[in-house]
Design a protein around this ligand. Structure first.
Ligand SMILES: NC(=O)c1ccc[n+]([C@@H]2O[C@H](COP(=O)([O-])OP(=O)(O)OC[C@H]3O[C@@H](n4cnc5c(N)ncnc54)[C@H](OP(=O)(O)O)[C@@H]3O)[C@@H](O)[C@H]2O)c1
Length: 260
């Protein structure tokens, strides 16, 4: 299904219920369904050149979609670089969000799961651990896990998944073991690159911010050059709002799991 609202969009907020229909996950995913969410400037920047943060790109419609995608997900997955740079804390909630999640058979608040080789960027005083309704998951390597458990105590669930690196498939396996199938990957570019290279991306939600950020910031996907051929995408929905474009693309993998 393709949704295109007229440029400029309806005034004020986007309709929450209509948006929730557009962004609904497949009803009963038999395996983790990986939705990736990014905002980029019209000239392709992943962050605001001055601050190095994504917040400088976000338009009101994008902020609304960002919150909605978190509300719909079983787990928010992010790389340690994003958690560190963007100052992650636990997912914010409201009584309404909790009630809607309960009605969908989901836990009231989704945990944040951090992918990190070393786990060194996460400390016991970080808001990710101290300002959250549910403990985060740390998906890390065997060599880092023991020390991380000692440092963080029970404030995070530390999961050892590999010797030197956390393979995206292993990360998804650990989430599936915990019943976390509706995955929202918020990047950053390095983690997205790893998932794309592994062929494990089902959907890309891309908000195109109405600005030229200028030279400097990188792209939404990063990693070693010379990977495989390009991954074709199908435009599944497009919403125009306040000069921003809120795009949702499906890969063939995503379409196979949830046929259009
Ligand atoms: N525009 C947007 O929507 C958006 C979204 C997210 C981020 N950003 C921006 O992106 C920038 C950060 O980029 P980034 O590439 O550094 O972010 P990132 O992918 O979140 O972080 C990279 C780090 O994550 C860990 N990691 C990633 N893949 C891993 C794997 N397969 N196995 C083990 N560890 C893995 C490693 O941490 P360790 O070093 O701990 O091992 C790695 O150094 C910031 O400027 C942020 O603001 C923008």
């Amino acid at each position: 299904m393709r949704h295109v609202w007229p440029p400029g969009g309806p005034p004020g907020e986007l309709d929450r219920a209509a948006l929730a229909e557009v962004y609904a996950y497949p009803a009963h995913p038999a395996r983790p369904f990986v939705r990736v969410n990014f905002v980029a400037s019209a000239d392709g920047a992943v962050a605001d050149a001055a601050s190095g943060l994504s917040g400088g790109l976000a338009a009101p419609g994008d902020r609304q979609v960002f919150g909605l995608l978190r509300e719909l997900a079983d787990v928010v997955l992010a790389g340690a670089g994003t958690v560190r740079t963007e100052g992650y804390r636990g997912v914010r909630t409201t009584p309404g969000r909790r009630a809607r999640r309960r009605a969908r058979g989901q836990a009231e608040v989704p945990p944040v799961a951090v992918v990190t080789t070393t786990a060194s960027a996460i400390g016991p005083d970080d808001a990710l651990l101290t300002d959250t309704a549910v403990p985060p998951l740390l998906l890390t390597t065997a060599s880092a896990a023991e020390q991380a458990r000692r440092r963080l105590g029970g404030a995070a669930e530390v999961v050892a998944l590999g010797e030197d690196d956390v393979a995206p498939a292993a990360a998804l396996g650990a989430l599936a073991d915990r019943g976390l199938h509706r995955v929202l990957c918020e990047g950053g570019p390095t983690l997205f690159g790893a998932f794309a290279a592994a062929g494990l991306v089902d959907e890309l939600c891309l908000s195109l911010a109405p600005q030229l950020a200028g030279a400097g910031p990188g792209r939404i996907l990063d990693g070693p050059a010379g990977g495989g051929p390009p991954t074709p995408l199908r435009l599944a929905s497009a919403v125009a709002h306040d000069d921003a474009l809120l795009l949702r693309y499906r890969t063939a993998r995503g379409d196979a799991a949830d046929p259009p």
